[in-house]
Design a protein around this ligand. Structure first.
Ligand code: NAP
Length: 410
């Protein structure tokens, strides 16, 4: 049992080096809705994997943070400041889905966590797990990681309702100062994309590709239309590749002009694709793409579309990462109609936990989780969402699915 004794903090040095003790304290947010189903399932799988991989030498000491409905019940706040401080202090944490409280002046708790902790990169690996039903003929060709900018673009939330005093003020400013006339009933949103935030996101994506010996980083943008936001993202992306990683990257142009189309060993190819075209190409030629770096809204769309190709949101892991801390999370929402029914698929949170273990350097435990999950699906022992797509599947509850995974770690 976790009792908190001899537990220690994970630390992150300014150069980005993570130091993980053998009994790290890891805060978790259970989450609202189906959080109460998928969190205990995840916990069971992680503890089984860590136990099996390290034979008691290593152990996670969980620390619950009351956020969301639990936070509101216990502290009167949906997102207590103390919870944010704990996430930052402990460097690594994990969360279930959170309801967006309607009419509480907060657009989304998830967006608030990302912005307050400056978790600027939303990292979503999309990898096919054998035997998971997919609409593609060759889903095994999908092996991508999306780096979505998390703090700006249309998600910055700078917008005004049509007819509001603010919208009228902006409309008048645009007419009087900029000569741009908008109809009276116009709602207005601002799309900020900055050089500094683009650079840190793209640099992180390139560093990831280099560390993991991946072939390419694709800058996904709509710069043909939005030249000074999405187009600038593309240009700044190439610039940071050239200036910070010049000796370890080549552009697609150079690849053909100087290397006969063959990627030189140890170098990452930097390319770019217009967003709509990329949606086509990831369906038709998925093996041409590896890491994708993109502004916020494109990233939102492409990561869900890619998740659908490898089993849907119930199977898609994710993490929000910054320079001070990282928060791993289920990528789906609270699915309120299934809350407390022990029914949904816990794989998104389980695979996010595996990603967290990899981040901590506990790769053996992460590998055990992925292999056991794959073996469970291969045996067609699955939750309702996959059962409805697999002929002859044995449908099990959320908790049973977790037990089946834990039981396949031998
Ligand atoms: P949702 O909670 O993701 O659920 C939509 C549908 O997706 C479910 O009805 C279910 O489809 C399927 N689904 C989701 N999770 C699943 C799982 N683990 N296993 C199997 N199927 C799963 O989206 P929503 O209903 O639009 O949002 C509900 C609330 O969640 C909102 O308050 C929203 O703000 C919040 N939200 C939070 C996050 C987050 O915390 N990161 C993300 C998105 C939304 P079927 O009914 O077809 O089986």
């Amino acid at each position: 049992m976790n009792d908190g004794t001899r537990a220690e903090l994970i630390t992150l040095a300014p150069d980005g080096t993570l130091a993980v003790p053998e009994r790290p304290v890891i805060p978790f947010i259970e989450g609202d809705g189906i959080g109460r189903d998928i969190w205990p399932a995840t916990c069971q799988v992680v503890e089984a994997a860590v136990g099996r991989a390290y034979g008691g030498r290593k152990e996670i000491v969980w620390k619950e943070l009351p956020v969301g409905e639990k936070g509101f019940e216990q502290t009167g706040q949906w997102l207590p400041q103390q919870a944010l401080e704990e996430m930052e202090r402990h460097v690594v944490s994990i969360k279930g889905p959170l309801t967006t409280p309607v009419g509480q002046g907060m657009r989304s708790l998830n967006v608030a966590i990302r912005q307050k902790l400056d978790l600027y990169a939303c990292v979503r690996p999309v990898r096919y797990i054998d035997h998971v039903p997919s609409p593609l003929r060759h889903p095994e060709k999908i092996d991508m990681v999306v780096f979505r900018e998390n703090t700006e673009d249309l998600y910055a939330g700078i917008e005004w309702e049509a007819g509001s005093a603010e919208a009228e003020k902006v409309r008048a400013f645009l007419a009087e100062q900029m000569g741009r006339h908008l109809p009276e009933t116009t709602g207005i949103g601002i799309k900020p994309i900055s050089k500094a935030n683009t650079e840190r996101l793209v640099a992180r994506a390139i560093a990831y590709a280099l560390e993991n010996d991946l072939p390419s980083v694709t800058l996904m943008h709509k710069g043909n239309i939005m030249k000074f936001t999405e187009g600038a993202f593309r240009n700044w992306g190439y610039q940071v590749a050239r200036e910070r990683f010049g000796d370890r990257t080549v552009t697609e142009e150079q690849l053909h002009a100087e290397y006969g189309g063959r990627r030189p060993d140890g170098k990452v190819v930097i390319k770019d694709r217009i967003a709509d075209m990329l949606f086509q190409q990831v369906l038709l030629r998925p093996d041409e793409f590896s890491v994708i770096a993109t502004p916020n809204l494109n990233g939102d769309y492409i990561s869900d579309a890619l998740a659908a190709q490898v089993g849907g949101l119930g199977m898609a892991p994710g993490a929000n990462m910054g320079d001070r801390c990282a928060v791993f999370e289920a990528t789906h929402g609270t699915a309120p109609k299934y809350a407390g029914r022990d029914k949904v698929n816990p794989s998104s949170l389980i695979l996010s936990a595996a990603m967290m273990l990899d981040y901590m350097g506990w790769n053996e435990a992460a590998r055990l989780i992925r292999a056991a999950l794959q073996a469970t699906v291969r045996d067609a022992v699955v939750t309702y969402d996959l059962a409805r797509q697999i002929d002859g599947a044995r449908q099990v509850s959320c908790s049973r699915f977790a037990a089946e995974i834990a039981g396949r770690m031998g």
